[in-house]
Design a protein around this ligand. Structure first.
Ligand code: NDP
Length: 270
């Protein structure tokens, strides 16, 4: 073990078991790095002190989760392009003496999607207008997606996101019928997240369509099972979580970890 161990962390709410920690430490192991990923409970009032602490301890970076994704911004030196467009930071990277805020949620989704389809010019429907939907919509537009429709229950939130990224908006009430010609349907709501695994996402669709879910737990959601039964292709939320972890490790270490090792570590915890 080296005398000075490199550290990265997760600043968030108390957690019993942190799947991201298992995934990131598996990545460090696969790269032969004797690094540690610490899960640290940080109260909102202490966020500024926690960031100063990370500077003092020489952290290579840290993840930020709810409720710190927006509040952390004033404590950082710079913000990356997509984090600025999204208005939230989930991954902080030390560059020299600077702490730089990035957002890997949407980029992780995009990488996962690109393993199946080229988003340039594609027609996509995104369900939801919260943090995950915003990150995904921003990255899809930056990647040159064609027609993008935001579908959301709350009209104000949905319209605001659609206008911000230059997408169409549809208000969600009853079953939303996915228009013919759509290439990808993305569930970016929290519907179906453990323990509400029986929750139905109210949509009507048929093939040919790639149905993607952001829910990582359980990876096989009711929506994805329904999609398979309807003859559609599917993409699970575990892929997005793994790819955003790959990006974070790349930011912190400058090296590309083994995504397969990370997925296995994550699946073992989930
Ligand atoms: P938010 O709370 O910011 O947004 C939730 C969204 O879901 C809103 O658009 C909300 O609509 C909608 N919604 C919630 N309940 C319903 C319902 N019953 N009917 C219709 N719409 C509903 O959450 P986030 O965007 O931060 O997270 C969403 C999901 O994304 C979470 O489950 C999270 O686990 C997952 N996620 C996955 C990641 C991954 O790497 N796989 C990364 C980040 C998030 P309204 O505006 O009307 O309230």
């Amino acid at each position: 073990m080296s005398f000075k161990q490199e550290l990265v962390g997760l600043f968030g709410q108390p957690v019993v078991e942190n799947p991201t920690q298992a995934m990131v430490e598996a990545a460090f192991g696969s790269l032969g790095l004797d690094w540690r990923y610490l899960t640290l409970e940080v109260a909102p009032a202490d966020l500024g002190d926690a960031v100063r602490g990370a500077r003092a301890f020489g952290f290579r970076g840290f993840h930020c989760t709810i409720p710190h994704k927006v509040a952390v911004v004033p404590h950082l030196d710079r913000i990356g392009e997509s984090a600025a467009a999204i208005g939230a930071v989930n991954c902080v990277v030390r560059e020299g003496d600077d702490l730089v805020g990035e957002n890997t949620d949407g980029k992780g989704f995009l990488r996962s999607l690109e393993s199946r389809l080229d988003p340039r010019g594609a027609s996509l429907v995104v369900l939801g207008a919260g943090g995950a939907a915003r990150a995904i919509a921003v990255e899809l537009k930056l990647a040159g997606a064609g027609r993008l429709t935001i579908v959301n229950r709350s009209e104000e939130r949905g319209r605001e996101l659609a206008e911000a990224v230059g997408a169409d908006f549809a208000r969600w009430s009853g079953d939303y019928a996915v228009p013919p010609g759509t290439d990808v349907l993305v569930n970016a709501t929290s519907l179906g997240l453990h323990p509400n695994v029986a929750e139905r996402v109210p949509v009507a669709f048929g093939p040919p369509l790639l149905v993607a879910d952001v829910i990582p737990n359980p990876p096989e959601t009711r929506l994805l099972r329904d999609a398979v039964a309807a003859g559609c292709e599917t993409l699970d939320g575990l892929g997005m979580l793994v790819e955003q972890g790959v990006l974070a490790v790349e930011y912190w270490t400058g090296r590309r970890p083994d995504a397969g090792v990370m997925r296995a570590a994550l699946a073992a915890v989930l």
